[in-house]
Write a protein that binds this ligand. Structure first.
Ligand code: 5GP
Ligand code: ZN
Length: 112
């Protein structure tokens, strides 16, 4: 738990969220500004700043991917986009690593 971290507070239940999935390591909740019909934020319960920080711990990284897989399986998602923003320069605004899992509408590639 990192003090002054919004997503640590959400994981702890101190800030309300709409839970979409959870397991021992992972918590997933609805983004309050959804960019697609399905827009989940999947986070490790433990605090890591971003995907580069998470990547220092291979088992933690694997458990986050397992959580993404678990959420997708629960929702029956076969087609979804997973986005990790790393750094304010590309739009990261909350510095607790999170996967955006987006689905339910056509998505072009490359993204705009
Ligand atoms: P980032 O910009 O860091 O990649 O993504 C942060 C995401 O968190 C944004 O999509 C934003 O809408 C979402 N967000 C910000 N504050 C809250 C909040 O208090 N609750 C929830 N559920 N989502 C939030
Ligand atoms: Zn945190």
């Amino acid at each position: 738990m990192s003090s002054d971290c919004l997503f640590c507070a959400i994981v702890a239940g101190d800030v309300p969220s709409t839970k979409l999935y959870d397991d021992e390591f992972t918590y997933a909740f609805a983004d309050t500004n959804p960019q697609a019909p399905v827009h989940a934020l999947v986070v490790p319960r433990e605090h890591f700043t971003d995907i580069a920080d998470l990547g220092r711990d291979g088992s933690a990284a694997g458990r986050l991917l397992a959580g993404i897989r678990g959420f997708a399986a629960q929702e029956g998602l076969t087609d979804f986009r997973t986005v990790f923003n790393t750094g304010a320069g590309v739009g990261q605004s909350v510095f607790h690593v999170h996967a955006h899992v987006l689905a339910g509408r056509p998505m072009g590639w490359p993204p705009g």
